[in-house]
Design a protein around this ligand. Structure first.
Ligand SMILES: Nc1nc2c(ncn2[C@@H]2O[C@H](COP(=O)(O)OP(=O)(O)OP(=O)(O)O)[C@@H](O)[C@H]2O)c(=O)[nH]1
Ligand SMILES: [Mg+2]
Ligand SMILES: [Zn+2]
Length: 310
């Protein structure tokens, strides 16, 4: 039987079969994936083949080739990685101008790594209801900046439901990864989109203006209008450790655009004469915050800190 892995808790995988059954499955003992050294060879979003047994559970016997997958390096085992999700159509990055404040560096690093994985990103500005006039103005400016670069932005309040309907056509029939710092309202948004999901949400801690991690396993949640949302614990971005320094330019869309006019083809846009990127920053065609994020990623590479970027 064929199915889609929609949940992973420890060694158990919940597989939704093509005829709509949910079957708890395990990986066969000797099951290995070619070329990937991972702590979990199967991930949510994988299309698998299963063999059922008398107890009503099943073994996963084969896995279909992935269109893409998102990995995170295991914190302990340096050579191994953890697959967070496979076959992702897009990522929804939930950000907040305040409560807690999401930094532009965080957003830009996430966007750059998503570019590296060819995963389109939609920026979801949440907690609209909490913002002051000034913060709303800042939110608008951020939206304009990122729309100009080429990312779709929506402004919502997951708590009140304001603006959430803009997400329906975006999410329809797609597998969407939900990301964002802890406390920005990912679980609240899921509850809003899927009334019966009953995601646990956390009270934000006033003292630090940050939330607590309350989501502890990978799960795909089926949307009433078709499609799935993946709410994965603690994703701060994609695994970026295999981005080459020379490639970094191409992961910042507007920097890449201007870099074609740099005098040197291997220009790093830091000090070179005739650099069209630096000129574009000076002329305000490229936002200073974006350029700073680019420089900070480049610096991490220099110091070989890149592996810990997220
Ligand atoms: N006022 C307001 N509060 C919100 C909104 N969205 C979420 N919250 C609150 O913010 C807090 C954190 O929300 P969660 O949904 O738990 O955040 P999360 O992103 O799932 O956090 P983690 O699971 O830790 O990653 C909760 O107290 C929510 O009620 C919003 O749009 N407006
Ligand atoms: Mg949560
Ligand atoms: Zn340059």
């Amino acid at each position: 039987m064929k199915g889609l892995v929609i949940k992973n808790t420890g060694s158990w995988y919940t597989v939704k079969t093509d005829d709509g059954q949910l079957i708890e499955s395990k990986i066969k003992g000797n099951f290995r994936l070619k070329g990937i050294r991972s702590t979990n060879p199967v991930a949510v979003g994988d299309h698998v083949e299963i063999i059922t047994n008398q107890e009503g559970t099943a073994f996963i016997s084969a896995i279909e080739d992935r269109r893409n997958y998102i990995i995170r390096k295991s914190p302990n085992l340096s050579k191994q990685s953890h697959i967070l999700a496979a076959n992702v159509d897009q990522a929804l990055l939930v950000v907040t101008v305040n409560y807690p404040q999401t930094s532009t560096t965080f957003i830009d690093r996430f966007l750059a790594s998503a570019e590296a994985y060819s995963v389109p990103v939609v920026l979801v500005f949440n907690k609209h209801d909490l913002l002051s006039e000034e913060e709303l103005h800042y939110e608008k400016m951020m939206c304009t900046l990122y729309e100009t670069v080429g990312y779709k932005c929506v402004e919502i309040s997951a708590e009140t439901g304001e603006g959430v309907e803009q997400l329906f056509p975006i999410l329809k029939d797609k597998i969407s990864l939900l990301s964002g710092n802890s406390g920005v309202g990912k679980s609240t948004l899921i509850n809003r989109l899927i009334p019966h999901a009953s995601q646990r949400t956390a009270e934000i801690s006033d003292a630090h203006n940050t939330g607590m991690h309350t989501t502890t396993f990978s799960e795909m949640i089926e949307l009433p209008g078709g499609g799935y949302l993946i709410d994965t614990p603690g994703i701060k971005g994609f695994g970026t450790f295999d981005i080459e320094k020379e490639e970094l330019t191409s992961y910042f869309k507007e920097i890449f655009h201007f870099s074609k006019d740099c005098r040197f083809s291997n220009c790093t846009h830091t000090h070179e004469p005739g650099c069209a990127v630096i000129k574009a920053v000076e002329d305000h065609f490229i936002a200073a915050s974006r350029y700073q994020s680019y420089l900070s990623m480049l610096e991490d590479k220099d110091e070989n800190k890149y592996r810990e970027a997220f």
